[in-house]
Design a protein around this ligand. Structure first.
Ligand code: FES
Length: 321
């Protein structure tokens, strides 16, 4: 099976070189990590060159390499599950255009809250200058966000590393996909499903309500001819079903849900001896999204630490706590 080359999700975007390159902690350029050799495996851009020579347009919404905060407003709020709401938000057109890719996410806070209240949330849909996100009230930040009924909010973005194994989704056409979605994992599954359908892939899905208590993507999946198995619990019913489906020559498996779900799928594949590419939602705790704060760091094989807000890597390489 081909494997993915770990790379930064900001490369080739206007957000590279970033603050890490400025501080000699670039996750990709070995020279910008303080070594004397170049081992970057040319990706179409020399970050070293960009850092030293290219003029970046500063303080300009279209050219700034720093992510900006945009005043935005809630157009609608719809409950889709227990403590879980779908928001349609009117925002800046330039920001919305950049968010129209798999794995994009933003940081949100209410206008009157201080910066510490920013929390990350995946973008599930973009139409013109309107974006949709699904927020589950599970912690101090998201609950505070939900408890405020103002329409005004601040969005910081765009960020791109919400899905690990994204190239598998971007590149597969006419393939056979097995999708497992649990609870709030249904939200990041939505743009993945849309992209897979556009590329004429066939999808079989196992979906469980989880703590959200509702399979809110069921109608959409059925409308798009996805073969849907709705189960009350992935652990009790979903995994025995998955065991059957996983042996049916799938091209890619997608796990949208908590890390425990990703790990259980990997164990199942190892047990059965199935080795196919896996796409997994990125559940790392994130505070800055810029590779600086350290909250998202994970240990992977070879004893390396990766910044999950930046680096595309295979979920199976992450060492479990
Ligand atoms: S979220 Fe701060 S380093 Fe990744």
């Amino acid at each position: 099976m081909k494997s993915l080359i770990a790379r930064c999700s900001d490369i080739n975007s206007q957000y590279c070189p970033c603050l890490l390159a400025e501080t000699n902690h670039c996750v990709f350029c070995t020279k910008l990590q303080g070594t004397n050799t170049c081992e970057c495996n040319w990706s179409g851009i020399c970050i070293m060159y960009e850092k030293h020579w290219k003029e970046k347009m500063k303080n300009n919404k279209t050219g700034s390499s720093v992510r900006l905060a945009y005043e935005s407003s809630v157009l609608s709020k719809t409950q889709v599950g227990a403590q879980t709401y779908l928001f349609e938000i009117l925002t800046d057109q330039v920001l919305a255009d950049k968010l129209n890719v798999i794995g994009s996410f933003v940081f949100l806070r209410r206008t009157n809250d201080i910066e510490s209240f920013y929390f990350p949330v995946g973008v599930v849909k973009v139409i013109d200058n309107k974006i949709s996100v699904i927020v589950e009230g599970i912690g101090a930040k998201s609950q505070r966000f939900l408890s405020n009924s103002d329409d005004d909010l601040i969005i910081k973005g765009p960020y791109f590393n919400g899905v690990l194994g994204k190239p598998w989704i971007d590149n597969i056409m006419d393939g056979k996909i097995l999708l497992v979605a649990g609870g709030i994992g249904q939200a990041p599954a939505l743009p993945i499903i849309k992209k897979l359908m556009e590329n004429k892939n066939t999808i079989t899905a196992i979906v469980a309500p989880g703590k959200v208590g509702n399979v809110f993507i069921g109608d959409l999946l059925e409308k798009n001819d996805v073969l849907l198995h709705t189960v009350t619990s992935l652990r009790k019913v979903g995994f025995p079903k998955l065991r059957e489906l996983i042996m049916e020559n799938n091209d890619v498996i997608v796990s949208a849900g908590p890390d425990g779900q990703h790990s259980a799928i990997i164990r199942l594949m190892n047990e059965i001896g199935v080795n196919i590419p896996m796409v997994a939602t990125n559940n790392a705790t994130m505070c800055c999204g810029e590779g600086i704060c350290g909250s998202c760091h994970k240990l992977i094989q070879d004893n390396k630490i990766v910044k999950m807000c930046k680096v595309q890597t295979e979920y199976k390489t992450i060492m479990q706590d």
